[in-house]
Structure formats: C-alpha cells, structure tokens
Design a protein around this ligand. Structure first.
Ligand SMILES: NC(=O)c1ccc[n+]([C@@H]2O[C@H](COP(=O)([O-])OP(=O)(O)OC[C@H]3O[C@@H](n4cnc5c(N)ncnc54)[C@H](OP(=O)(O)O)[C@@H]3O)[C@@H](O)[C@H]2O)c1
Length: 341
C-alpha cells in the first residue's frame, strides 16, 4: 500500500474553513525533482487567492477551473532534502533548502502545506545556515518579488518610496534599497512604522492618517506593493524621469473586482506608458539568471533579514490565513512543521 503523509487538503474554492488536515499519498520526485521534508512554509496573499479562487481569471490561468488542480495549498517553504530524482545534480539527501514550489505570481496551490513536497531542482537554493527554517520560508516568494523588481532599478542617492512597506515584499524592498544607498520612505499603517524604521527606513508615512501622494518629496523610484492610488495621484510625487513599479494590490485585490482583479490595472498602465515621462515598469529591468541564489546571498550576508511575526502548526493553517487577512500581523506568518517530524 502507498505510504501516506499529513497535509492540508483543499477540495474546492471558497473559504479557509473548507481546509482540512488530512492525508495524501507520499509524493514521488520526478527525474529533476527533489523531495523536501517541509519544516516551514509561509502564509502570504497569493495563498489566499489560490484558496478562494479569486479573481476568477486565475482559474483559467492554470489553477483549475472548478476546483483546485493541486489539492494541497502552500507556495514557498524551507526544509531538508529527503531524496532526489535521477537527474538532480545540485542537491543531496540531508541538504537544507528553501524556495518556491510554484512561482508566486501563478496564483495556484503548490503543495507546500504538507510533510513532504516534490520540487523542481531549479526552484531551490541551499538555506543559509545563519537563519532558521521559518525565516527561510518567509523569504521565498517575497524575496524573489523584491529582488526581481528592484534589480537594476535602485541607485545610490535616489529617493525611493515603498508603498505597503510593512508587508512581506515591502520589508525586503526597504532593506535592499537602503543597502544600495538610497534614501527610503516606507508607507504603511501605524503599527508597522517602528518596524520600518528598524529595517532602515529614513522616513515613514502612516497611510491611515496621511496621503503621501498629496505632497512631499519627489521620488526617483516608487515600489508600489499595494496599488492603492491611481497613477495620476502618484505622478504628483514622482520626478519626471522616475521609475514606477506596480507589484500587487491592497485588500487582496477586492476593490479590483472578482473577475480579472488587478490585471486590468496592469493593462491600463501598459497603455498609459508611452504617454507619460515616467518609466512605468512593465517587466524586470535586469533579469536575474538565478534570483533565488541572489536572495540566498542577501540572507547569508545580512543584506535582508526576514521578519516572522507568528508561527502556527500545520493543523492551524485556516487560523493562520485568517490571522493574515484580519489580524494586521507585523511580519510574515509562517506554518511550522518541525514539531510533527
Ligand atoms: N508582481 C509580482 O511578481 C507578484 C508576484 C506574486 C505576488 N504579487 C502580489 O504582491 C503582493 C504581495 O505583497 P506582500 O506579500 O508584501 O503582501 P502583504 O504582506 O499583505 O503586505 C502588504 C502591506 O501593505 C499594507 N497596505 C495595505 N493597504 C495599504 C495602503 N492603502 N497604503 C499603504 N500600505 C497598505 C498592508 O498593511 P495592512 O495590514 O494595513 O493591510 C501590508 O503591510 C500581493 O498583492 C501579491 O498578489 C506580485
């Protein structure tokens, strides 16, 4: 009989209350895959999209039309290598690794909320020894988004603003910008401002009290994690040759609509792009051959430090996701599986 492992199982799109701790058949790694014993997996907005099935467009993008194709949620994780496929060359059993099972921007389940997951070798890097599995799990998707979007864009002496700076991506964007010698402003809610300062932000703005687009300095680079304003508002505080990078949306994209979500906003920016002096970034400036390795080096050298706010057990995934949505966590929420090993 096939060996079984514990996992969170999702049989339909809907609410976190539909998720259950169950059992699945132990995954078998393909030729170029690594079987990872998961010690920690992160909870971030893309998990919520994959569980609710919203916006609907993601279902035709490959997550599954009427129910999730992959029944186990979880996108990024850290753990140790249990076994490797026959063509794997970079890893061996016992190695400590981290990475994404599926890319974050695919909005689909990856299977990381399980005791074991099979991951393509190309999507993994060695976990730096100086950080915990929980911290490494928090740096997968968010670290990759930050590295890919800042690389080749942030320069010494620039004024950079990060809108949504206290979330998973924003925290890394602040640290990377500071490390490049920029003067950094972080925008987020009241409870996160001390954290932003501790990560190196030179200035902070509380979005619940002040609209940073109404007045203030002219920024050379805007990293917009939440897309909270129309571009016409942002232009007021951008230099004529500034670069604007849209990463995501606020409130899990609810205001953007259930059908296509913030894709409409990305398309509008694409159309607007030739008619404004600012550079609206529609792709990565300098594609990185191995961005996860860049994240690894930053973690190892202290260039970025992940902040974990709370850890939950595998059985507590619904509670953990509810906390992310409703609880204003200061730092990333992480699922820890170490106690079930
Ligand atoms: N472009 C890509 O390649 C890519 C890939 C994957 C994912 N994404 C997207 O990137 C985003 C990921 O962000 P994340 O993981 O950093 O999310 P997060 O952890 O939820 O962080 C978002 C932060 O923005 C704050 N915020 C909310 N409304 C705001 C406003 N009006 N002004 C300023 N700050 C506000 C939130 O605080 P509150 O607690 O107050 O809400 C939170 O601290 C998601 O939208 C995801 O879908 C993009």
């Amino acid at each position: 009989m096939s060996e079984r492992i514990k996992a969170i199982v999702q049989t339909r799109y809907g609410s976190v209350d539909d998720l259950e701790l169950g059992e699945i058949i132990k995954p078998v790694p393909g030729a170029d895959e690594v079987l990872v014993r998961v010690h920690a997996a992160s909870v971030h907005p893309d998990i919520w999209h994959a569980i609710t099935g919203l916006p609907y467009v993601m279902r035709i993008m490959g997550s599954g039309l009427f129910k999730p194709k992959e029944p186990v949620p979880g996108i990024d994780m850290a753990g140790h290598v249990e076994s490797v496929g026959k063509d794997v060359t970079r890893f061996q059993p016992g190695d400590e690794v981290f990475g994404e099972v599926v890319h974050g921007n695919q909005w689909k389940n990856g299977g990381a909320y399980a005791e074991l997951v099979a991951v393509s070798e190309a999507k993994l890097a060695l976990k730096p020894p100086n950080i915990s599995f929980e911290e490494a799990a928090a740096a997968g998707t968010a670290g990759l988004i930050a590295v890919n979007n800042l690389r080749g864009r942030v320069q010494p002496g620039q004024k950079v603003v990060v809108n949504g700076a206290g979330g998973g991506v924003g925290m890394f964007a602040i640290q990377i910008s500071k490390a490049h010698g920029a003067e950094v402003t972080g925008v987020d809610n009241t409870e996160k401002l001390d954290l932003l300062r501790s990560l190196g932000a030179d200035h902070v703005v509380d979005y619940t009290r002040q609209d940073f687009t109404q007045n203030g300095p002219q920024y050379d680079l805007m990293i917009d994690v939440v897309g909270s304003h129309p571009f016409s508002d942002y232009r007021r505080v951008l230099t004529p040759d500034a670069t604007y990078v849209l990463i995501g949306h606020d409130g899990f994209g609810k205001s953007a609509g259930r059908w296509v979500g913030s894709i409409r906003r990305f398309l509008k920016l694409l159309v607007l792009s030739p008619f404004v002096s600012q550079n609206i970034a529609t792709s990565y400036a300098e594609p990185d051959e191995d961005p996860l390795n860049t994240v690894r080096v930053l973690l190892e050298t202290g260039g970025i430090t992940p902040i974990v706010s709370h850890t939950y057990l595998l059985a507590e995934v619904p509670e953990a996701i509810r906390h992310m949505v409703e609880g204003n966590p200061v730092g990333r929420i992480v699922i820890s599986l170490i106690s079930t090993d």
